[in-house]
Design a protein around this ligand. Structure first.
Ligand code: SAM
Length: 104
């Protein structure tokens, strides 16, 4: 079952906590995660960021963009409703010795 089918099926069968069934750490293995570095480079170039801006990553997931911005020296706050993602983002930031801020 692809991600879209899983989302449709879960939306039909779940109540207001549907997102807890949809968003799992398995998304870290999705092919689009490989595009993260290019996506962040695109954002920086398009918005003409100079490295001193503060980044607010709303619905940051497991922090793939937040972490990449932090690696480049940006101050980042990531927010996500899925606790497993926030915990994973903090773990990754700690592992890389990046200073992190997050909220769920
Ligand atoms: C498609 S994922 C994208 C995650 C991340 N931005 C990325 O590109 O990897 C959508 C994210 O939205 C989060 N989300 C959904 N509803 C939310 C809400 N009301 N408040 C905060 N986060 C929410 C989910 O937990 C999930 O991590």
């Amino acid at each position: 079952m692809c991600k879209g089918e899983k989302v449709n099926s879960t939306l039909k069968s779940s109540g207001k906590n549907w997102y807890k069934e949809i968003w799992g750490l398995d998304i870290k293995n999705q092919s689009w995660v490989e595009n993260t570095v290019d996506e962040v480079a695109f954002i920086i170039k398009t918005l003409k960021l100079n490295g001193k801006e503060k980044i607010l990553d709303m619905a940051c997931g497991f922090g793939r963009h937040s972490l990449e911005f932090a690696r480049r020296g940006y101050e980042v706050v990531g927010v996500d409703i899925t606790k497993d993602y926030v915990d994973d983002a903090i773990k990754s930031a700690d592992h890389e010795k990046l200073k992190e801020e997050s909220a769920s």
